[in-house]
Write a protein that binds this ligand. Sequence first.
Ligand code: NAD
Length: 256
Amino acid sequence: MDLKGKTALVTGSTSGIGLGIALTLAKAGANVVLNGFGDVAAAIAAVEAAGAQARHHPADVSRAEDIEAMIAYTQSEFGALDILVNNAGIQHVAPLEVFPAERWDAILATNLSSVFHATRLALPGMRERGWGRIVNIASVHGLVGSVNKAAYVAAKHGVIGLTKVVALETAQSAITCNALCPGWVLTPLVQQQIDTRAQLDGDLDRARRELLAEKQPSQDFVTPEQLGELVLFLCSDAANQVRGAAWNVDGGWLAQ
Ligand code: NAD
């Protein structure tokens, strides 16, 4: 897969899944615009070491005006935005009755409204150039629920609905829109949940094993690199007719 001359914007790509996807796209030759609040210098160095040109934009994707500035920056730095990966996401775990309304608003803005804004702003350029790829990192929680994750589950179900609408509105063009639905991936977002479970006895290994055993039959984590390779496949001609899919990558979570 050769992405030389193409430009990718990956939101939330200073760590975890986003960084893994950015590195895979960089290795395939794409210019990459990173985004996120983590270690920016390390992320840029990693993408450059993969042989690509890298930039970073500090947009807070929960703010529409920041997203507008980030898309404009991408287009002015590299002349185009060809591959948009909507990945940035946050989590909060609490029963519904005590779920803080402010966390609900933040999760909906970061995990769902950001996908609407980035997509509506990226599409005109893609239509002009006659090619585009939009990949939304949803979750198994876009397809099934779990207790104590009301905002996250609602937002991710919304991402999958939005993915289908965008796929239909672009169906007769060379622009495709799909969602990936990972199960557990060992990133800072999931490490937080393991740390919370381990608070009682400090046994991180047990907490990690129990987290996997509850939901993921393979009892093994999905990796950011595996998700990166799937994004790469969705960028290929072989995926020209993959439209509106919600592709679970979950060690068997949804097969149960
Ligand atoms: P992570 O915490 O490692 O990375 C999240 C990234 O998003 C970071 O770069 C962070 O700085 C950035 N970010 C957070 N809020 C932001 C904001 N308002 N504006 C811009 N950037 C922001 O998490 P991750 O596990 O790599 O998650 C990435 C995506 O994958 C999320 O959408 C998450 O819901 C999804 N996902 C993760 C898992 C998993 O098991 N880790 C499973 C399914 C889906």
